[in-house]
Design a protein around this ligand. Structure first.
Ligand SMILES: Nc1ncnc2c1ncn2[C@@H]1O[C@H](COP(=O)(O)OP(=O)(O)OP(=O)(O)O)[C@@H](O)[C@H]1O
Ligand SMILES: [Mg+2]
Length: 253
């Protein structure tokens, strides 16, 4: 496990890499108006990894996701996708580069059916996407069963599954998930995490913000603890969970 001193910045930026990560965030700073919220965040995501970002309320986790996905201007630092600088690239271009983002709320069209929601996710596809829908239904069988139901009638867990599935309708290689289990019962949270692992196993790398820290870190390849818009700790999920300091200060429960 690595502990970042509060004043540490861009600790990874100068390190020589053996291999280019799929996604790399280098010392990113961003905020709203004059309020700087991200004070230098760095992280890495390798192919077929689940990397989780945890931290107290207001730490800047959602802000980080928005900044990566081009929804909020990065004032300093870089976002690099497969060696290409994509800092402040608009979301629609990021989608065509294989990135998708699922916000915490309002992530499905409630009046459209499950199938229509999936089709909306594919509207930029020019090829025949029936095959992709079939793959999605194989990955998430309960969506097949409810394909004709309006998304607004689904349970919270099913809605979040649909939101993730829709994000996979294009050729997504990097999936950004903001609190996919917020407000869900423990059993449903577990089911959603099984879906997340299935998505990873299908070849997608996932960067996920979570409040269900234990469940997330147990299932993650790597984790970062963010505090006041800065890296505080990072390490393999199991190491973060085993650290008394991390657990006492930031993991709760
Ligand atoms: N649109 C906004 N305009 C101004 N300030 C904002 C905006 N959104 C968030 N903030 C502020 O930025 C800080 C970080 O918020 P953010 O939503 O990124 O935290 P978070 O780590 O995702 O928290 P939570 O665990 O509660 O989801 C907070 O102080 C918040 O009040
Ligand atoms: Mg948040």
């Amino acid at each position: 496990m690595t502990t970042s001193k509060p004043d540490a910045t861009a600790n990874d930026a100068t390190t020589t890499q053996k291999q280019t990560p799929l996604l790399e965030i280098q010392n990113v700073k961003a905020g709203y108006g004059h309020a700087q919220i991200l004070n230098g965040v760095s992280l890495k995501l390798e192919p077929r990894q689940i990397v989780t970002v945890v931290g107290p309320n207001g730490a800047g986790k959602s802000t980080l996701m928005k900044a990566i996905f081009g929804l909020l201007r990065i004032t300093e630092g870089k976002v690099i996708l497969e060696g290409k600088n994509i800092t402040n690239t608009p979301p629609e271009q990021l989608v065509s580069l294989g990135m998708a983002y699922v916000p915490q709320i309002n992530n499905v069209f409630p009046t459209l059916t499950v199938l229509e929601n999936l089709l909306m996710g594919a509207y930029t596809r020019r090829d025949n996407f029936q095959g992709r829908i079939e793959e999605i239904f194989t990955l998430f069988p309960d969506l097949r069963a409810s394909r004709s139901r309006p998304a607004g009638q689904l349970s919270g867990g099913q809605r979040n599954t649909l939101a993730m599935a829709r994000a996979l309708m294009l050729d997504t290689r990097v999936l950004l998930l903001d609190e996919p289990t917020a407000g869900l019962a423990p059993k449903v949270t577990l089911a959603v995490w099984e879906r997340i692992q299935n998505i990873r196993d299908s070849g997608v790398a996932i960067l996920v913000v979570e409040q269900n820290t234990r469940m997330a870190l147990e299932r993650s390849d790597y984790g970062y603890v963010l505090v006041t818009g800065r890296n505080r700790f990072d390490g393999p999920g199991s190491e973060l969970l085993a650290s008394k300091e991390v657990a006492d200060l930031y993991l709760g429960r």
